[in-house]
Each structure stands twice: as C-alpha cells, then as structure tokens.
Design a protein around this ligand. Sequence first.
Ligand code: DGL
Length: 272
Amino acid sequence: MSSRDAIGVFDSGLGGLSAVKEFLHILPNEKIIYFGDTGRVPYGNRSRDTITKYAFQDANFLIKNNVKMVVAACGTVSSVAGDNLEQNLSVPYTGVVNPTAFVAAQKTKNGKIGVIGTSATIGSHSYKLRLEKLCPDYKVYEQSCPLFVPLVENGFICRDDQIVRLVIKRYLSELKESGIDTLILGCTHYPLLREAISDFMGVGVTLVDSGYETAVYSAKILKEQNLLNDDTAPKKPEFYVSDTPDGFESIAGLFLGRNMEHTVTQIDIEQY
Ligand code: DGL
C-alpha cells in the first residue's frame, strides 16, 4: 500500500465518516485511510477494557499502514481510552472530545449546553468535565441515546422516517425543555441523523458535530506540525471494515455522496 503519508481515521462503524466527509473537503490532497469496526459495532455499551482493546487494535491496523496521525473519530473511544492512546501510540493522536467541547463552549450564548452520546461516553462525563474546565459557570445537560447507533448502522437516517422521529423525540424531549441553545452530537454516528435532530430541536439550538470539528482540528494540528502533504494531486481514500462491506458501502455512499460500490475491503482486525 502506498500510504506512507496518510491520515488514519477509525470508528466502530459508519460514524467516523462524519470526520472523513470534512477531511475530503478541506484536505483533498491528503490520503485518508478509514477503518470501521463493523464486525464489533456498537462499542458504546461495552466495558472500558473491551473498548480499550478494540481501540488499540484499530489504531495498530492504521499504524501498520504507515499513517502519520491517528484520529479516533469516535466519542466512545475518545472518552474511555483517549488518554491511553495518546500516551502509547507512536504517531500523533487526537480524539473528538476536546476539539468539540472547545467549539461548543465558544458557540453557546446562554451557557446551557446539551451533550448526547453513547452510554459509555455519557457515563464517563468526558464532555461535561471538559466543558466545566473551560467554563466553570456553564450548565451541561447530558443524555445517552443508545438506539441512535443501531438506527444509523441499519440505514435509518432519513429525517422523514417515523421510527427515527419517534426515537429522537423519546431521547431529546427533556433536553429540549431544559433551554439549551447548543447541542453537542458527541457520538460521531449522530451527524448522520443531523437533519432529523435539527428538525426536532428547532432553529434556536446550534448543533455541534464532533466528526466535523475533529477533522477541522486535526487539519490545524497537521499544519502546525508541518505534516501536511506538499503534493497537490488529489488522493483517493481507502476504506476498510471488519465485516462484509455491502451495507457499509451503500450507506457510506449515500452519506459521502459518492459511489462506494466495490471500494471497501474487509480485514481481520483480531490479528492486530
Ligand atoms: N461513533 C461512535 C461514537 O462516537 C461509536 C458508537 C458505538 O459504536 O456505540 O461514540
């Protein structure tokens, strides 16, 4: 594989594509190698030990493919295993929590911020702790939404879908009533439901997309560290998954707006 200069991005499944979408837009001459652990998704209801083991295997796969940076485009991994990854990987690492919390803290006007994420992310209070450090006066409201990931992984992403609307209403009603003006989509799968979430929360609530913000932040770090590619030719991203590529290809194709048929390779992640 000729990918010595690539940026490695991983998630449990489709979610990290919310970061990839922005990477492809802002850094078209950087090669992106994406791994989605579709054979073991979801991560968000698993133990710290399991999430950490999976996260290191995912990162090791990318590092074996000579990436110059590892991006955990996954709120769950960033919340539970982020420090461990940062201290132990041989290349620069970033997760989603710090860049996303930073942007949300800047965007809020009334100091009331909502955070939604997987059970593991919300249980870790990672975003809340970060926000309280940045702005001790802010009020942070947290809500886990465990059904969102299976919805996305099964292609339920349309804003008009009755099931999608019902699940969103069930999880987000209390947050809506709390008067937040900013909502962190703290799991990278959630931006795929962005339109439906926005329809429910209304125009007065700014949504902060953890995948998007992490891509913007990573690009800044790469630039600061002089790690960006000089070669201006556009690069083709590479996509890998740990289960059959079919479902991934069609939903990813829809979300990224490109034909993904026969472009995704299945690997055995257990060997990393
Ligand atoms: N997209 C992930 C996150 O940001 C993982 C969700 C899951 O696998 O449960 O948390």
